[in-house]
Design a protein around this ligand. Sequence first.
Ligand code: ASP
Length: 488
Amino acid sequence: MKIKGKKKILVIYTGGTIGMKASPNGYIPVEGYLNEVLFHSSILNDQIIKNNDENVFRLPNSEKHQNNVIYRLLEYSPLLDSSNMGMEDWGKIAQDIFENYNEYDAFIVLHGTDTMAFTGSALSFMLKNLQKTVIITGSQIPLSELRNDGLDNLLGALLIAGNYEIPEVGIYFNNNLLRGNRVTKVSASELEAFQSGNYPPLVKVGIDINVNWNAVLSAATSLPFSIQKEMSPYIGTLRVFPGITKENIFNFAKPPLKGIVLHTYGAGNAPANPEFLEALKFVSDSGIVIINCTQCFQGNVEAHYETGKILAEVGVVGGSDMTVEAALSKLSYLLAQKLSPEEIKQEMTKNLRGELSEPRKTKFSFKDKAFIKSVAEVLDSDSGEVKTALEPILLCSCASLGDVEQLKAMIDNGADINSSDYDGRTALHLSASEGHLEVVEYLISKNVNLNPIDRWGGTPLQDAIRHQHIHVSNLLTLSIGKLKQGNN
Ligand code: ASP
């Protein structure tokens, strides 16, 4: 939803390159420096409002953006290189958002890029029933450099957070707002440091700011916002590689470990080596939850191949298209809830915060017996044109699938045994073509027309002969012969 009027944003500054300055030992975060940059920037502020000891900044209005956005900088001490961040730091960010939730309309977290994807994933789970925008951003080049990406990233994040309600945790970088738990750091040098392999950007910033509302999570929840600060540290990720041994597994899966993200090949495959599989089964049976995530940047874990299926057979749970960052933090989040391994396995396959795509429901098809049965049941109560139009198709579908029971049920309910579909094909044509002897016998016992002609001039007997269904063609030849004799 686009919003108008004054918007208050809390900018939580945890550290990272964006606010660093050069030192003899390389870039380091410097306390107070970002505040100074904002203070002197005519792009990021056109008015400074003193609030106790702190500065509150106002984002300049422009022709396109008249929203009167004001923001406050909450600087952490010490400022951190994100490589030094851990679960407690996520808890602190979550706590600060919680404490300021009612006072601010949106939140921006300034953060180093190295572990930004982990924080994006973790916060998406830790913030529950989120109804406000949370954007994490940072930069590859510090604001202290003349040419940098920090200014664009911070300005873009402020404009999106100040103008739109996107009620999820996003990562804004290089003109794209991506879902926080779908993101991976893909480059240590390019300004496009992050990509989301399996989900489209929530917002693309070009000449205009384009929000892909279809991709944004809905905030439709009546439950109050809350946080879960505790995360379980008893997790780990194990990358499968050619030559991986059972010892690798056992050495890794030692107590107090409770959850493993197994980083597999392609569509979720691993070596079909019995010792390796037995080791995984042993670990899984001991109550350690193992989640299968692909090493590929794009795509899904699906049990297409034998090498993928056997992992499922030894208790490894498919992680769909989750990133490793998302799977790890989701495991950590669920383990902290003291659920049983079985409950955790179930939750891991569910879509909790848009972090995974659930398998598509099978499409309805007239090749599906259950679907035909349901349609036939609905048609029972119809006596009009829909029934007349659909009944022949259902009869033909049952005949083609060899579903005698359903065919009987429909004919007992008054369906016309000789009705044909739009190609003039009858149930007898279909069952003869597919060689379903039992269906053909049943239809003959019900005095079906033995010689219907389809639109190509074909009969059931010709179908049976063409497809070499000898028993069916013998039966039809015999029955047609008897009929002729009877007629003479
Ligand atoms: N090492 C830095 C960090 O993650 C890198 C960055 O911010 O881009 O904090």
